[in-house]
Design a protein around this ligand. Sequence first.
Ligand code: CA
Length: 510
Amino acid sequence: MISVAALAATLLSAGIPAGSVCYEIFVRSFYDSDADGVGDVNGLIQKLDYVRDLGARCIWLMPVAESPSYHGYDVTNYYRVDPDYGTNDDFKRLVAEAHRRGISVLVDLVLNHVSSEHPLFQDALRKPGSAYRDWFRWSATPGHNWHRSPARDEYYYGFFWSGMPDLNFENPAVREEAKQVARFWLREMGVDGFRLDAVRHLIETGDSTANTSGTHAVLRDFGQYVRSIAPDALTIGEVWDSTGVLLTYYPDQLDAYFAFELSDGILEAVRSGSASKLFPGYLRLQRELPASRWAPFLRNHDQTRTLTLLGGDVARAKLAATLLLTLPGLPFVYYGEELGMTGDKPDERLRTPMQWTRGTAAGFTRGTPWEVLQPDSLTANVEAQEGDTGSLLNLYRRLIHLRAENAALSSGELVPLTASNGAVAAYLRVGGGRTVLVVANLGPTPLAGVTLSSRRGVLPAGRYRSAATALRVGPDGRIRAYVPLRSLEAKQSYVFELSPAAAPRSVPRQ
Ligand code: CA
């Protein structure tokens, strides 16, 4: 029997190198090039050097296709960049400029539903005998998620709200159109892949609105199509669900998915000051799949920002960043998280303009910003943090670059260690002939004499140098009562490489 992991490895996307970090960008809020208060494609081009310096080798752009809303998750034309953001030619230039800097471009693809203003939905809604009638779902009777037609005595289905009628993916014409849209962005616009929105809702069966077998079949077909026309492209899906459910979307559907439970686990660990729930989810995914096929993150555009969630505690935000960027997977960083930007619901406040400078509107626009900035924009901005070696921004930069350069962090195995104190998270990353040790005191008090041990053999026997103490690994390869540092500061993490003091060798036994 072929294992899931073996099958999964054959589907690996070649386009995004191991050790990469992706950066999620809301174009409307990133940088405004023409002073109308709205971020745009040309503005993003001007800030690509910032993205490169951060170390991100891939960007995910929230929807850029034409849409009546500020967020773009309800599309009216899948083949045209929203005029607020620029033109298709501007977008092609963006892709070329990103590629010149070694940055891949993923765009958000919203396939579950369209805008209620989409011409095809309007045609289906109003025109008797419309050819697009079967592109949507209709009912003579009301029900949950069924919305009254403004044109006739009937109801249409929209999982999220009435402004987003669901497409009917049981119709082969709809599945074909989804492929044509993908082909357009890959071939005409030159993108490197897609982040696919709300994919667990593609096909509803009876009362079941998520994770149906029909949905899996659609994704299998769509993923295969993308791989057939663009073998290096990456498809990554939003399945906002448990790790157990996530695993049902492998091995042969999309390439990767966001690992929501891992993100919650990191934040819970730094919030509670306890390492106990950090590793099980990571180890389960590591057992089943290559690390390039699951994507941890701290927060995305639908969630309270990290620093707000952590009550403004920058030390804890640094711990969260360190864990995210030294644990395995393909990490995603939501724009502004690297500055500790704040924000809580409603959604607009999670997506406020990027804070660039100490100047007016934090340097985001020379006009009036489309959304009021966060109150901390005078201090939490790129200009203020750039010169401060201890800033959150510089920590992100160091860790993202380290991850790309160090094979153990890029693709090494995660080996959790047992710490003598439950507030300490400690683990090795082992790979490519290198070993990195991460020790994090998640608690609010300094700790002395914390020891680390491993349950099994993890390293070749020998002596290793580390930051402050020597590590001696016995013939069985196990780590025992290792004191990496005499004291661990409160809410402080340490990342260092374990180098053999001499060539590792087995200790001969007499
Ligand atoms: Ca603009």
